[in-house]
Write a protein that binds this ligand. Sequence first.
Ligand code: CTP
Length: 319
Amino acid sequence: DGELCLSRSLVNSSDKIIRKAGSSIFQHSVEGWKINSSLVMEIRKNILRFLDAERDVSVVKSSFKPGDVIHYVLDRRRTLNISHDLHSLLPEVSPMKNRRFKTCAVVGNSGILLDSECGKEIDSHNFVIRCNLAPVVEFAADVGTKSDFITMNPSVVQRAFGGFRNESDREKFVHRLSMLNDSVLWIPAFMVKGGEKHVEWVNALILKNKLRVRTAYPSLRLIHAVRGYWLTNKVPIKRPSTGLLMYTLATRFCDEIHLYGFWPFPKDLNGKAVKYHYYDDLKYRYFSNASPHRMPLEFKTLNVLHNRGALKLTTGKCV
Ligand code: CTP
């Protein structure tokens, strides 16, 4: 029963689905939605065959020593040196060890959140996961502010903090992290070459400012394991998006998972324009071949899971 099995024809015609973003395929009702606890347990059990979020959510200090050389997960020919700073910020034990929650929110970054008034509802969950250090304060009414776990691709330094060129960029970043307190800051540092300078700068700022955020760096096997799980369930994803990764990890420690801000389409069901991000002017990258993600296919999959009571997907207003 835990199998998701999307029919082959649907998967193959996902390009057509993208263009038909207004079609009923995307419709899902939140009224009358009920959790299907046995399916939730079945999915958790199946995912555990591929990965254990407690362990794979982060490498730990004892895995490496400073000076170790590792191969990038998605670019095996290139290598990275484990620096002293990086090593000192690796957690002693998994930041998710023995943590269990009744309800969790996974918040994606789609513009569908604007005017949703979902802030209160999101903050009411026991554990809130957010992506890519998305700003919250200015958007609190729609997205809430609680952040127990937040991801940060190294590219965020360039994209949202001016590559730390000015002191004011660095201050803005330190201020953003200081708001996180004891939350987990999850940095995929070992995926591909290119962001290592940024990761080092981030690590140095955390150490220099004695920020209390709990840094975590995903294991070298995580992305392959997550991809393997979805592939086995006939969802051929080249590279899972951060949002899908977070849902997959959350199945380990959350009984009820609520998703917000997942809508990788330029229009809503009424034909109204939807921004790619709720907080900036980035464009829809997944239409280009350069994008490693298949977010519309991911969305379709999450929609199937919503309709079966495995998770709750909110794409409308919360009040
Ligand atoms: N998302 C979505 N629809 C959008 C934008 C984002 O469903 N219009 C979801 C995706 O699952 C995405 C997550 O929200 O991974 C976080 O968004 P973002 O920070 O934009 O992720 P990207 O940087 O675009 O992609 P990634 O970090 O996964 O490489």
